[in-house]
Design a protein around this ligand. Structure first.
Ligand SMILES: Cc1cc2nc3c(=O)[nH]c(=O)nc-3n(C[C@H](O)[C@H](O)[C@H](O)COP(=O)(O)OP(=O)(O)OC[C@H]3O[C@@H](n4cnc5c(N)ncnc54)[C@H](O)[C@@H]3O)c2cc1C
Length: 319
């Protein structure tokens, strides 16, 4: 049975064993007992939050919020990693691209009709139409930057809109060395956890992103785009490293790949063991992107599904 619109408030732990959960549904608190084990899969922000609210986590953080420490596990919420991303946008004189304007409105209506007719045309676009994995220096043995090419001007996760037409390209650092953390803002399970990504806290990430941005600009200056390219939206006057870094520091942001906050391993900061069992507590697993010890150099959805498939195999093998 899958219970939808249910919010888990805490894990019940008795004598060092997870025996169930307390959850909120339709305004009512209810208890669910586990036949065999409890599997936490709240994602890289909420899995550590739920463990901490249940008394499992760094002792100091729990005590600061008046939570009784069931199991002092210092790695819970630590080791947060994410792909930091910088978008460059170009204005275009071409009205063929997606954009806001009279011509764009007419194009959109035509495109909707075309899509209804045969499922093709502009609105059949995946939006991020091109991607590339690149090495910023030839001596690297694997790519360190991923590019996403988008057929519209993008800023602030598309919350900020511009009139006119254009295109954008994202560059993200594939293997960041900066590490952030997730903690608690308060003890309300419905509150957002405290998230400090500490982007660019390791100098290498800044250097890699700067090289990636220069490479991205070089690619986007290609003659094939001459008829589309007009001028850079924000960075037109940024040429020196310092000028570009100012833009990176001001506008680089997540590309939605948080991981690592309940990392798998055997060291003191590992939260789960190699079979994804929470270290020091019986009957409790974490199965989601939070268990990745290091962020993978690509998008996270498929590897997270792989983690779940592997966990299912391990759980079945124990049954
Ligand atoms: C906007 C966006 C775009 C993305 N695009 C891509 C992409 O194109 N390609 C790609 O590979 N990856 C993409 N990703 C990343 C990918 O979706 C995630 O890495 C992946 O979903 C992580 O899976 P997860 O199981 O760890 O966490 P999630 O998918 O976040 O699942 C956690 C679930 O737990 C629920 N939950 C949390 N706390 C509680 C609680 N207390 N009680 C009950 N339920 C709870 C949440 O509602 C959520 O449904 C994108 C992510 C975002 C946000």
């Amino acid at each position: 049975t899958v219970l939808t619109k249910a919010h888990t408030l805490r894990i019940i732990i008795e004598n060092g064993r997870a025996t169930g959960v307390v959850y909120l549904r339709d305004g009512e608190e209810k208890t669910l007992l586990a036949a065999r084990q409890v599997i936490v899969c709240g994602g890289a922000f909420n899995s550590p939050q739920l463990l901490m609210l249940s008394g499992i986590g760094p002792g100091d953080e729990l005590r600061r919020h008046g939570i009784s420490v069931v199991h002092d596990l210092p790695g819970v919420g630590q080791n947060l990693q994410d792909h930091l991303d910088f978008v460059m946008a170009w204005k275009s004189k071409s009205t063929d691209l997606m954009g806001i304007g009279l011509r764009g409105g007419v194009n959109l209506i035509k495109a909707m009709l075309q899509w209804r007719r045969d499922g093709t045309g502009m609105i059949a676009t995946p939006y991020a139409e091109g991607a590339a994995f690149i090495r910023t220096t030839p001596d690297l043995n694997r790519p360190d930057i991923q590019l996403h090419f988008v057929i519209a001007m993008v800023e602030d996760h598309a919350r900020k809109l511009y009139t006119g037409y254009g295109f954008s390209c994202h560059a993200c650092v594939l293997r960041p060395r900066s590490r952030g953390e997730v903690g608690l803002n308060d003890i309300d399970p419905l509150s957002a956890p405290r998230i400090n990504p500490r982007y660019l806290s390791h100098q290498d990430d800044e250097k890699t992103l700067l090289k990636g941005v220069r490479k991205m600009r070089e690619i986007l200056q290609a003659p094939a785009l001459d008829s589309y390219r007009h001028r850079e939206l924000h960075t037109a006057n940024a040429d020196t490293d310092d000028e570009l870094l100012d833009h990176i520091r001001a506008r680089a942001d997540t590309i939605y790949h948080p991981a690592g906050t309940c990392k798998m391993g055997l060291d003191d900061l590992a939260v789960v063991d190699p079979t994804l069992k929470v270290r020091g507590i019986e009957g409790l697993r974490v199965v989601d992107a939070s268990i990745m010890p290091t962020l993978i150099g690509g998008n996270l959805n498929a590897p997270t599904m792989m983690i779940a498939e592997k966990a299912a195999d391990m759980i079945r093998a124990e049954a």
